[in-house]
Design a protein around this ligand. Sequence first.
Ligand SMILES: O=C1O[C@H]([C@@H](O)CO)C(O)=C1O
Length: 583
Amino acid sequence: MEYMFASPDCNAVEGLVIGINGTFPGPTIRAKAGDRVVVTVINKLHTEGVVIHWHGIQMRGTPWADGTASISQCAINPGETFVYNFTVDRPGTYFYHGHYGMQRSAGLYGSLIVDVKDGEKEPFNYEQDFNFLLSDWWHRSVHEQAVLLSGKPFHWIGEPQTLLINGTGQYDCTWKTELTDNTSLNHCETSKDGERFCKPLILHVKPNKVYRLRIASTTALASLNLAIEGHKMEVVEADGSYVEPFTVDNLDIHSGESYSVLLRTMGLPSNDYWISIGVIGRDPSNTFLGQAILTYFRPTHKPVQIPTTKPPQTPDWKDHNRSLEFAKKIVAKKNYNSPKPPKISDRRIILLNTQNYIDGFTKWAINNISLTLPPTPYLGAIKYGLNDAFDSKNKPPENYDPNYNISNPPLTDATFGNAVYDFEFNTTIDVILQNANVLNKINTSEIHPWHLHGHDFWVLGYGEGKFRDEDEENFNLENPPLKNTVVLFPNGWTALRFVADNPGVWAFHCHIEPHLHLGMGVIFAEGVDRIDENEIPKEALACGLTATLNLQTAARLNSGAHDFTPNHYLLYAIGFLLYLSFS
Ligand SMILES: O=C1O[C@H]([C@@H](O)CO)C(O)=C1O
């Protein structure tokens, strides 16, 4: 991991991105289900720690490899190395990204594709797959962004300048939304030194075939919609689970989500076709759209032309109902052993999402608590009972004040906090995400994609306004989809269910990078006592109070406490006597 100068969207001024092995985005990792993946991370950032989160991988048996700073491990210091060693148990479209500060916004990400095991088949056929890793790009550095957000008064970072596909975008191109007479690509195609690196991604396809597009979004902020001119798409996978196929003209994808769609190519294509990616859910302001070209192989090898048609318009960003209808179409695949949720839950937590002030600083809070991560990773703090490492005395609230007016939030300050929701092992948990209006903007409620670590959850339903107990009657317990990221729509609620059966400490948070930075997340812990401490790599827990723990172990070992001392003989003698007395 290393900062590099780059201009992913061909803006004249280069900025900094975090590259991996000299590339941005990082290399695509491709594995087969059941594979053990071993990745050595060497931190070559000069002055910052780093971690990598493997988004969508459940880390069963290796919770210390989840790559969340302060939660599952210590940040890897500059110059240090950390080895992630984990199993990818389910095929699907995933990605990896930084999970320390706002490093995802700095471009620290790459794709992770898990194919089916040898000899197994996907429930659909295709000729070839194409990979689209979508992101958004700001010309201000991530450090400037963090300072803007953390200041008093608060300065919002604004919308992105450009949308990127596989790390490439086209800022300020004449063909932003429609073509001008001059169809040359000018600076959008050629960089200063003549290297063509900003031209749009080109998919070469043959007529009458089926292709799989793997689309994942690691945007820092933007919710997106993707449309392919003249073609429909059949949605077949969401967040690594197969879904009941459905056909769409365009696809919504929010930060943290991934989809596979099947694209059937035409028999007699008349042209090359645009693929457009636009912003939904928030006013896109001047964001330059993401564009790619679908080009058909031709007998005469003509160079790829910029299509002479207009790129498809993505839907109106304000049309949340359309997005909600899209989200509701995603259900588990029929007759495919899709696991069903338990019929009832053991515990229900309601999480109210609000924007708040704390001492004049603008923050996001959940049930009035804005998450501030402690220096000691929770995994070690809980495992070793280091009660001072975080607020272990208090439990975070299970609900919010029933009189709270979500349309007109009171101007009460929130508080900072870092207490943990701890779940009894193997119990079924329902979470209701509840949206509200933001501060100081009449009638404005924002969209929040929430991502859970360590689990997939069933999405049981969406609703308008405040969640009421009766809404439970309409939960979808028949074929709810399994996802790891779900949208909380403006003014509404989203209900989800999962079984707390994965020992570890797991973040659950809004996947909008600045929102997490401003406290929009909670921490879940389950079965931590079941984790074998001998398996936790020592370097994962060598900071904060857990560092002291490592030092104590080292000191004990150095002082020879592991040698056979007279005390051991005494214990053995007592044990032997007990054995004799019982036998
Ligand atoms: O966190 C945010 O702050 C701004 C706005 O709510 C206040 O300026 C915005 O659009 C966000 O998503």
